[in-house]
Design a binder for this molecule. Structure first.
Ligand code: ADP
Ligand code: MG
Length: 237
């Protein structure tokens, strides 16, 4: 088996390459997006233009927007701010992710917290936070807007024999088996352009693998979904 150090190194170098590429894409992409929006405005009032021109522009703008989100997700994943590993208080990290996701969570579901005190994972805090955030946003997006009264998202953390566990359970759409089979694939999404990039769970899985944890899912169409992540526990001080 690959040694832990080599594995982490490899992920780090792939990460910084992706970050570099994403950074380079950003500038030309801004030109594309701003010129497309200029053209759309300039042509909006022109009489006699075929409908296809307007729809071609709209599709080009949607495609560019999709690229923008993908670039943003890759940059967030590869941000090499602080890669130090240490004890990570899951309760604190989850509270942080909840406040970052508050816009998505509003009007979607009743949020139930079941967060144990002193549940300490071993890993990088920002990475663990990204996992929690992605799972929360997905849970929220699986629930139709405006049905908050009938729906619940439950976030729990606790110690388990294998380590420390984070679960995110929602009463949203659930997934059929053919979707479930592909959710960890990069760029796999069932969401409309502009909402999904299909990178969230791919990134979660990479992070969890990097931290030597595990991630699993149970889902039933029409009933909801539970994601369960187990991280290694921080050694007692
Ligand atoms: P994205 O959210 O950008 O589509 P993800 O990698 O986060 O990408 O998720 C991939 C796909 O997995 C989603 O498009 C959706 O079909 C499915 N999925 C993920 N989480 C859930 C969930 N909690 N409930 C239902 N489907 C989900
Ligand atoms: Mg997602």
């Amino acid at each position: 088996m690959e040694s832990r150090l080599a594995f982490t190194d490899r992920i780090a170098s792939v990460g910084s390459l992706a970050a570099g590429v994403a950074h380079e894409i950003n500038n030309p992409l801004s030109y594309v997006i701003s010129n497309l929006s200029y053209l759309a405005e300039a042509l909006a009032g022109q009489p006699g233009l075929p409908d296809e021109v307007h729809s071609a522009l709209r599709e080009a703008a949607e495609g560019a927007e999709r690229v923008r989100r993908i670039v943003r997700d890759i940059r967030a994943f590869s941000r090499p701010d602080d890669e130090r590993h240490g004890p990570v208080d899951l309760k604190r990290v989850v509270e942080g992710a909840i406040s970052l996701a508050s816009n998505e969570l509003r009007h979607r579901a009743k949020l139930v917290r079941d967060l144990g005190e002193g549940v300490l994972a071993w890993g990088n805090e920002a990475r663990v936070g990204q996992v929690a955030l992605n799972l929360l946003v997905n849970a929220a997006q699986a629930i139709a807007r405006g049905s908050a009264a009938e729906n619940e998202i439950r976030v729990s953390t606790r110690r388990v024999p294998e380590g420390v566990e984070l679960t995110v359970r929602d009463t949203g759409s659930g997934m059929p088996p053919e979707v479930q089979a592909r959710i960890f694939d990069p760029f796999f999404t069932t969401k409309p352009v502009g909402v999904g990039t299909g990178l969230g769970l791919f990134i979660c899985q990479r992070i969890v693998a990097e931290l030597r944890g595990s991630i699993s899912v149970e889902s039933e169409p029409g009933r909801g979904t539970t994601f369960r992540v187990v991280f290694p526990e921080a050694p007692a001080p």
